[in-house]
Ligand binder design. Structure first.
Ligand code: HAM
Length: 413
């Protein structure tokens, strides 16, 4: 059975786990639709070069986390590690980039070869939105509001951390400054780490490494390198958040893990999740579409980690309505006919047709333990008389109803 084991970091999902995941997914869908975002589905497999050109050659994702392989034709492909690049690729290849504002959402599995731990898997699910074609803080605010609405709907207490990275020019001067700063502190790092930091100095800012943190705590932050227009744009977003009474914390060390970000970046974190506490991450990527071969069109979005969020949402007890049992196997066919009629009569009901061989008292125990509200046991007698005993398990009472009364009794429940 060795070769039949599950792949590390890719758990099978069932039972209460899938109920929690469905709750998060449905809440996301409801909110995306309420903001009039349209679904976009792209393949889980893309060319590896797409992520080298978007997340960046020096990002952790491309350096160590991409599930890559060659197909039978020798094409270098990979399982998508995130959704933004694939969506942008799809907009370009389908000729969907225009001046008009476009709003999309997606839900699906992503793959990263990370060290599995609580809140970190190798296959995980994201629900994301991308707002394409608007550069002003109006779009930042809308996207932040969508994220906040989902968390509020799920009754999750969060902290929103926000920062502003600036465009290519500001980021370039920040990078040059950091390179010089790192050079002045070269003796603090070993050769390999030093050259990694030099290649992508902005990523050093949010490093978890205590040594790097200690050295960089004396470095200037990005705000010193923003243009007046960029400072103004960030101030506008912050002003709108104040007006909407969205609480936030400005964190000038928040730079995010992918190279495509420019302007606003943000993360929603949840205290109770431990080390992997980011449930939503996102930001503006005004150059990505052009860099991937499209027109120069600004964009902003986020992705929500469905698995992480599902760990902390409260699910309601199963809403099971009617258990239809059988006094003998011969009656199952008729019991299925009655079950089907009840479902057609009221499609909100959850109705189980018992298909096993257990005796009636065991069936009643099963119905009770699974939280059903009503039990109807069908045997030859019921079939002949066309009368049914409906046991109300919550009120502990029994009613005898004919077929028409039965339908009426369960109509609109
Ligand atoms: P990200 O921050 O890499 O951003 O991922 C977003 C969220 O996905 C994280 O906050 C986390 O909840 C979840 N996540 C990431 N990796 C894992 C993992 N290994 N296991 C479980 N959950 C995970 C992006 O992916 C960007 N594409 C977001 C974006 C959209 N930016 C602009 N538009």
């Amino acid at each position: 059975m060795k070769d039949l084991k599950t792949i590390r970091g890719m758990p099978d999902l069932y039972d209460v786990d899938i109920e929690r995941i469905a709750l998060v997914e449905n809440s996301c869908l409801e909110v995306f639709k309420a903001f009039n975002y349209k679904e976009f589905r792209t393949p889980v497999i893309e060319n590896k070069s797409l992520f080298q050109r978007s997340a960046g050659e020096t990002s952790d994702i491309v350096q160590k986390e991409v599930y890559e392989f060659e197909d039978r034709n020798g094409e270098k492909l990979c399982l998508r590690p995130e959704g933004t690049a694939g969506l942008v690729r799809a907009l370009i290849t389908n000729g969907l980039i225009s001046e008009e504002i476009k709003k999309f959402f997606y839900i699906g599995p992503m793959f990263r070869y990370e060290r599995p731990q609580k809140g970190r898997k190798r296959q995980f699910f994201q629900a994301g939105v991308e707002l394409i074609g608007e550069s002003s803080s109006k779009s930042d605010v809308e996207v932040l509001l969508i994220a906040k609405t989902i968390l509020d709907k799920l009754d999750v207490k969060y902290c929103l951390e926000i920062n502003y990275l600036g465009g290519e020019k500001s980021l370039d001067s920040y990078r040059s400054y950091l390179r010089e700063f790192l050079q002045a502190n070269k003796s603090e790092f070993d050769e390999k780490l030093y050259s990694r930091l030099q290649r992508n100095p902005v990523r050093a800012i949010d490093s978890k490494d205590e040594n790097i943190k200690e050295v960089l705590k004396n470095a200037k932050d990005i705000t010193n390198f923003l243009s007046e227009d960029e400072k103004l744009a960030f101030a506008e977003t912050i002003e709108a958040l104040d007006l909407l009474q969205v609480e936030y914390k400005i964190n000038t060390n928040l730079v995010r893990g992918m190279d495509y970000y420019t302007g606003t970046v943000f993360e929603f974190t949840v205290d109770s999740l431990g080390a992997q506490n980011a449930v939503i991450g996102g930001g503006r990527y005004d150059n990505l579409i052009e860099e991937l071969g499209g027109r120069k069109v600004p964009a902003i979005g986020f992705a929500l980690g469905i698995d992480r969020l599902s760990e902390i949402v409260a699910i309601q007890d199963a809403n099971n309505d009617i258990f239809i049992g059988c006094a003998d196997v011969k009656s199952i066919k008729y019991a299925q006919y009655i079950g089907n009629k009840l479902r057609l009569n009221n499609n909100n009901l959850v109705i189980e047709n018992y298909l096993g061989n257990a005796n009636v008292s065991k069936q009643l125990k099963k119905a009770n333990s699974q939280g059903f509200k009503f039990v109807i046991i069908i045997g030859q007698e019921e079939q002949n008389a066309k009368k049914f005993k409906v046991k109300d398990l919550q009120k502990d009472k029994e009613l005898t109803l004919n077929e028409k009364e039965l339908m009426e009794y369960f109509d609109g429940r």
